[in-house]
Design a protein around this ligand. Structure first.
Ligand SMILES: [Zn+2]
Length: 111
């Protein structure tokens, strides 16, 4: 999913493979499907905050291996989640924040 060099290196480590297996055994069902009322097996582990958003190598490592940053998903939801995040999650997020701010402003100033 990512072209970040450190991410690619870490995704092949024993530490990641073991963590990934642990997440999938703890969450055998896709968390997004469950939230949307479907039952489907989770096959992939998603990083909620993309690893490449880490500023320093330590930041990236923290994002990579933080259990709270991980979500068990089926392939379809994983693809869908990344599509929604956009080509660049950070820009998509900034857009979202911007739209939210505009909505708030118009709510306050129009009557
Ligand atoms: Zn799913």
């Amino acid at each position: 999913m990512s072209k970040d060099k450190q991410y690619i290196k870490q995704i092949h480590t024993r530490r990641w493979l073991m963590l990934r297996r642990e997440v999938l055994s703890r969450h055998p069902l896709c968390e997004r499907c469950q939230a949307e009322g479907r039952t489907r097996a989770a096959t992939e582990v998603h990083h909620i905050t993309p690893v490449e958003e880490g500023v320093s190598p330590l930041d990236k490592r923290t994002l990579m291996f933080d259990a709270h940053n991980l979500q068990a998903l089926c392939h379809e939801c994983h693809v869908r989640t990344h599509t929604e995040l956009g080509r660049s999650g950070r820009h998509a997020n900034a857009d979202r924040q911007h739209r939210k701010a505009e909505a708030t402003i118009s709510r306050f100033f129009s009557s």
